[in-house]
Design a protein around this ligand. Structure first.
Ligand SMILES: [Zn+2]
Length: 400
């Protein structure tokens, strides 16, 4: 197999295939952004030749990915046929696996939710979650028995593979750090599998379905059991060399502050995380805040004490993020009850002065995310849709 001739053939083939996939994504992305386009529109909007567009459009139409609508009348020559994405041209599955629940979503090619499932769990290991995930995948596939499934995106709390941080402390989930998880899921489901950290997936959820659809530079802070940030910079996800960019939970914000399981003191997630709030309230780490009683006044007063300590730590982190990244805005979302999150955001004012203190801002410095608590699962599924339709996909994501 490894004769020079074969090697050369293989290289040429790979490049041609790469170009074909890229051109396909360029066409799909143009149609996704514009809704309906004719071949002539595509020629105008892309740098592709009419012949390339025609070949790819024919292929996509035959595959059922594109719908051809009734031709527009008028003008000379062949009437133009508007093309749109076929929502049923592909389905994507996303899972958000966290300490208390597994949320699964089935999206169509337009990113619309076809089905959703929430399973209650308690710190599931991979072996414990696997049958649940497989069962949910089976259920989703039964909903669209003839459907073309693009793959499964799985979002988990990070950081991944960091000595002394990944598998210790109240937010850690054990058994998820094995290198062959994606491979095993791929083998069991027969579908492509992508594993991503929860904050990054939530960032894509906000970018595609939430408040950030027009943003090209933003940070998304996701408050789960721990704390992570998704970095969307220059219109793409930034994941870092080891795929842990944005794992700011163990960033020191209060030197000499609270001891952390990572061995440092004053880590951000010791102040801002659900684990930190539960610890402050004297509740066990396994307690599920979804069962929150907003009318419990003693509890509420205690939350106020927590907010008074949490807000300065978060303000410090925001100052660092703004100074380093110069984002259009910082979104905050996660699993804190929405009323508490709103109070936390209100408490951040006045924010410290930074390069983001500008009069000509179009967006506030801090905003609450809008994709809701399903943002992570939606984003995980969206990753597989992006793999199908985004020309920037390879630059956008660096799969593990
Ligand atoms: Zn730490």
């Amino acid at each position: 197999m490894k004769t020079p001739q074969n090697k050369r053939t293989l290289t040429t083939g790979t490049n041609a295939e790469h170009a074909r996939l890229h051109n396909r994504r360029v066409i799909l992305e143009a149609i996704r952004q514009n809704g309906r386009l004719t071949r002539a529109d595509l020629t105008r909007l892309t740098s592709l030749t009419a012949q390339t567009i025609s070949n790819i459009v024919t292929e996509l139409h035959e595959e059922g990915v594109l719908l051809a609508h009734a031709a527009e009348k008028g003008g000379r020559g062949q009437p133009p046929v508007p093309l749109s994405l076929n929502p049923d041209g592909g389905y994507s599955i996303g899972f958000h696996i966290e300490q208390h629940r597994i949320i699964g979503v089935l999206l169509d090619l337009l990113g619309q939710t076809v089905a959703q499932v929430t399973l209650t769990v308690s710190y599931p290991t991979f072996e414990q979650a696997l049958p649940l995930v497989l069962d949910a995948v089976k259920g989703f596939r039964q909903q669209r028995p003839a459907g073309r499934f693009l793959g499964v995106g799985i979002a988990l709390p990070g950081p991944f593979s960091v000595e002394g941080m990944t598998a210790v402390g109240p937010t850690a989930m054990s058994g998820w750090d094995e290198p062959d998880i994606a491979e095993r899921l791929q083998g069991e489901t027969g579908l492509a599998v992508l594993i991503e950290n929860d904050a990054t997936a939530a960032t894509m959820g906000e970018r595609l379905y939430g408040i950030a659809s027009e943003l090209t530079n933003f940070v998304h802070l996701f408050i789960g059991s721990g704390l992570g940030a998704g970095l969307y910079l220059d219109n793409r996800l930034y994941s870092g060399h080891w795929h842990n960019a944005g794992e700011i939970g163990h960033m020191t914000v209060i030197p000499g502050g609270k001891a952390c399981s990572c061995g440092n003191q004053g880590c951000l997630e010791r102040y801002i995380s659900i684990a930190a709030l539960l610890e402050h309230l004297g509740l066990p780490a396994e307690h599920d805040l979804c069962a929150w009683d907003a009318n419990d006044q003693a509890l509420d007063a205690n939350v106020e004490v927590w907010l008074a300590e949490a807000a300065p730590a978060l303000r410090q982190a925001i100052n660092i993020l703004e100074s380093v990244l110069d984002p259009q805005t910082i979104l905050i979302s996660g699993f804190l009850p929405e009323a508490i999150l709103a109070r936390l955001i209100a408490r951040l004012e006045p924010l410290s002065r930074s390069v983001s203190s500008r009069a000509d801002r179009r967006y506030p410095r801090i905003q609450m995310g809008a994709a809701g608590q399903d943002a992570v699962a939606l984003g995980a599924a969206a990753l597989m849709i992006l793999a199908e339709i985004s020309p920037d996909y390879e630059a956008l994501l660096k799969p593990q």
